[in-house]
Write a protein that binds this ligand. Structure first.
Ligand code: FA5
Length: 346
């Protein structure tokens, strides 16, 4: 018995020593320490010994058992601690490392300038109006004093929508100008009126550095008593100097739009080439900026406004061209090219 015990002790000690993981531990537990393990078998053998041999052998067996159990427990704890350390190592995070930057979008340069324009006109008491992009021929043309047969319709090459419109309001078109919103607002709000209408418009035009088939305009309308073009000049001067934070040279020249009388055009001194001549200003030093004029009495009538009591002016400028001037962009098509290398500069 003594010899057997000494043999078992050495065997278990070396088995515990060679344990590497919890799976090995379980094998050893089952083989030696379980209810049917080798130590339990020794206990059973103890019962078969003579009463003289039993006490000594019993004491030895108990000591060996305690010793091996302690050894096993110590190893179990070490394996558990090593396992946890390995887990922690895997989960380790450097909280001081800089974060991964995420790509955030930003407001498009056209919208940025649109918001600035809105703010400046709001500060002068103008409210901001909106209207449909798919418009009727009536609002886009007729109500603005451009009947179907009028040659002025040729000035704005139109996209027609292949869908039946309201029979009284004519076919549906993609609006060629923001001016129909003038009419809609006159009809719903009446005089006096002080509005701007920023929005997208569409023309079936060949594109070049300063023309696109989709672009943005800002319409302005002021209707009140005793209004003249002097007020328009004052408002535009104030608007442009606030927007560009410097004096911008402008010029007025006669222009024709059926919905105003008299009509005029306002041009900018080209800020890209400082009037030396470039492809944006077509070497002229001036960029066509907006059409304007005193609202035609026929238009006031269609807007249900008493033209004897009220008069006013309207203007419409190209917001897209204004953005080009503000940022020195030499090709209008870049603004809708969706090239983030270009857009991220603003
Ligand atoms: C109009 O659209 C008139 N509705 C403006 C108006 C309003 C006149 C109220 C009188 C009273 P016009 O077609 O000229 O006018 O266009 C106005 C502005 O839009 C132009 O001065 C120009 O700055 C811009 N524009 C015109 N066509 C294009 C285009 N293809 N691409 C970019 N901008 C354009």
């Amino acid at each position: 018995m003594q010899e057997k015990l000494s043999h078992l002790r050495t065997e278990v000690e070396s088995a515990i020593k060679s344990v590497k993981n919890s799976a090995d531990l379980e094998v050893i537990h089952n083989k030696y320490f379980s209810r049917k393990g080798e130590i339990a078998l020794m206990m059973q053998e103890l019962g078969k010994l003579s009463p003289e041999e039993k006490p000594k052998a019993g004491q030895l067996l108990n000591e060996t058992k305690k010793h091996l159990e302690a050894l096993f427990e110590e190893k179990s704890q070490k394996i558990r601690a090593d396992g946890m350390a390995a887990e922690l190592e895997k989960e380790w995070v450097d909280v001081t490392a800089p974060g991964i930057p995420y790509k955030a979008g930003h407001v498009h340069p056209i919208s940025q300038v649109q918001y600035e324009v809105e703010e400046i006109f709001s500060s002068m008491g103008f409210s901001i109006e909106d209207g449909p992009e798919v418009e009727s021929e009536y609002y886009n043309f007729e109500s603005l004093n451009i009947p179907a047969s009028h040659p002025a319709r040729d000035m704005q090459d139109t996209f027609f929508v292949d869908k039946e419109g309201d029979s009284e309001l004519g076919r549906l078109v993609l609006r060629t100008q923001t001016s129909p919103v003038q009419m809609r607002t006159m009809q719903t709000k009446g005089a006096p009126l002080r509005i701007i209408v920023p929005g997208r418009v569409f023309r079936n035009e060949a594109t070049d550095a300063s023309h696109d088939a989709t672009f943005y305009q800002v319409e302005g309308l002021l209707i009140d008593e005793n209004i003249s073009l002097a007020h328009l000049k004052g408002v535009m001067q104030e608007f442009l100097s606030k927007l560009f934070k410097k004096n911008v040279l402008v010029r007025f020249r006669p222009g024709y739009f059926p919905f105003v009388e008299p009509g005029l055009e306002m041009d900018f001194a080209c800020l890209i080439c400082n009037q030396k001549g470039c492809r944006v200003c077509k070497q002229s030093g001036w960029v066509e900026f907006m059409g304007a004029g005193m609202v035609h009495p026929n238009v006031l009538k269609a807007g249900k406004i008493d033209s004897k009591k009220y008069q006013g002016w309207a203007f419409g400028f190209g917001l897209t061209r204004l953005v080009m001037m503000k940022y020195g962009i030499t090709d209008i098509r870049l603004l809708f090219g969706a090239d983030t290398r270009f857009l991220n500069q603003f």
